[in-house]
Design a protein around this ligand. Structure first.
Ligand code: HEM
Length: 122
């Protein structure tokens, strides 16, 4: 079943909010985010997910093609950073009680994408 159909754009928005509440407190990956633009970072991530799963096109209209790997090159992402990012996302998925099968689809997508973002040897 379609993720947007199952949890709605509102479900994705609350997942992004839960993720950033935790990320703000993180001492490893959290430090990479712009300290004066947490709201903007959350908005970009939320809009990207909504676009990626077939909802509103706002992300593309405002940011263009995602080119995620290129946009992550300024940050040193090794396997420890990837694992921490996934831990925080898993905690957010738990907190939001995202139902199956959206939960499994999202988790697989996040794990693959996070691994693809690695750009620094351990
Ligand atoms: C693997 C560990 C990751 C780290 C350390 C990381 C870190 C970051 C940082 C520091 C930013 C800049 C924040 C901003 O100002 O927007 C960012 C942006 C972003 N990240 Fe990640 N990220 C990771 C994985 C992911 C994954 C797995 C996804 C998608 C599933 C993702 C999607 C995005 C998006 C959509 C943006 C905004 C791109 C834009 O500028 O339009 N990131 N990330």
């Amino acid at each position: 079943m379609d993720i947007i159909e199952q949890i709605g754009e509102a479900g994705i928005a609350s997942l992004a909010a839960a993720f950033y509440r935790r990320m703000r407190e993180d001492d490893l990956v959290g430090k990479m985010y712009p300290p004066d633009d947490w709201e903007g970072a959350e908005e970009r991530f939320r809009d990207f997910l909504i676009f990626r799963f077939g909802g509103s096109q706002k992300y593309i209209e405002e940011r263009g093609h995602p080119r995620l790997r290129m946009r992550h090159l300024p940050f040193k992402i090794d396997s420890a950073a990837r694992d921490r990012w996934m831990e925080i996302m898993t905690a957010a998925l738990d907190e939001e009680n995202v139902p199956s099968p959206a939960r499994e689809s999202l988790e697989e997508f996040f794990a693959q994408t996070a691994d693809f973002m690695r750009n620094t040897p351990d």
